[in-house]
Write a protein that binds this ligand. Structure first.
Ligand SMILES: [Zn+2]
Ligand SMILES: [Zn+2]
Length: 282
């Protein structure tokens, strides 16, 4: 049996490819807790006793459940309240596991697009959850966007000739008075996925997410896992270079175009706030 490289006491269950570090279940969770704390602090921090909203997203519902588990442990110390938004449209198995970690679960109905690009799905998730957060007095939305998602979204934007979407990969932004934080934005998706697998929670999104760069990226990153961390520097620089102009009032992302519109073309088309029903029939 291999011992955990971090605590040197418990049995290792996971090999972190990029660092070669073997971790036990507890140290894996601590790694994710550190990543969430770092993302929140890079976003400028949150006041104590915040009301933090964490949606089960259509982009990555299973990672959302890991974020709920990890963020609840991190924020408990600051007396913050965590509200989980669970759309009926996402199929979640073992949701009862969340009861043990003391988060408030709010069921609602949100009808997602059948298919969307990664960038569209990310903006859709920000828009609907920020809208609900604002209506229940939440001051922050934490999303389970990983470092890998940030890189893929950036590469997709460039490949598809939509460079105005590059700033979406920044760790945080605002929608009105609600702060949006990409809570797993400093850690690779593979490690978060390993934690989810260990939790025994499964979730399925009805929205098919397209990412043209995914296949190419994984074929390279598979052999060079450290690539994700060097890519982080590049995307941070790119996002700073990207022109900051007007931002969408629904998703907080930059708007491309000269007109006087207050909503981006993605929110204009997907109409996220019109797809929410806070009083679902079931
Ligand atoms: Zn350990
Ligand atoms: Zn928008």
């Amino acid at each position: 049996m291999a011992l955990c490289d971090a605590c040197k006491r418990r049995e290792a269950v996971y090999l972190r490819t990029y660092s070669g570090q073997k971790l036990c279940k507890t140290c894996l969770r601590r790694t994710l807790e550190r990543a969430v704390r770092r993302a929140v602090s890079e976003a400028g921090g949150l006041p104590p006793r915040s009301r933090i909203v964490i949606p089960v997203t259509f982009t990555a519902p299973h990672l959302s459940l890991a974020l709920l588990d990890v963020a609840a442990r991190v924020e408990r110390r600051f007396g913050s309240e965590i509200v989980a938004l669970v759309p009926n449209e996402v199929e979640v198995f073992n949701l009862s596991l969340l009861n043990d970690i003391g988060v408030r679960v709010m069921r609602l109905s949100v009808s997602p697009p059948k298919e969307a690009s990664l960038s569209e799905c990310l903006r859709f998730d920000v828009a609907w959850s920020a809208h609900v957060a604002s209506s229940i007095g939440g001051n922050a939305v934490l999303l389970p966007i990983t470092l890998t998602d940030r890189i893929l979204a950036t590469l997709d934007s460039i490949i598809l000739g939509m460079a105005w979407l590059v700033p979406d990969s920044i760790i945080s932004r605002n929608v009105g008075s609600v702060k949006i934080i990409h809570a797993f934005g400093t850690i690779e998706g593979e490690t978060v996925a390993a934690y989810v697998a260990g939790m025994g929670i499964e979730a399925w999104s009805p929205c098919k997410v397209r990412s043209p760069s995914k296949k190419i990226f994984y074929s390279i990153a598979y052999k060079r896992p450290e690539l994700e961390y060097s890519a982080l520097k590049t995307i941070s620089k790119l996002s700073k270079l990207a022109r900051r102009g007007r931002t969408c009032k629904m998703c907080g992302g930059p708007i491309f175009g000269k007109g006087g519109e207050s909503v981006c073309s993605i929110c204009e088309r997907l109409k996220p706030t019109e797809r929410i029903n806070l009083k679902p029939s079931r």
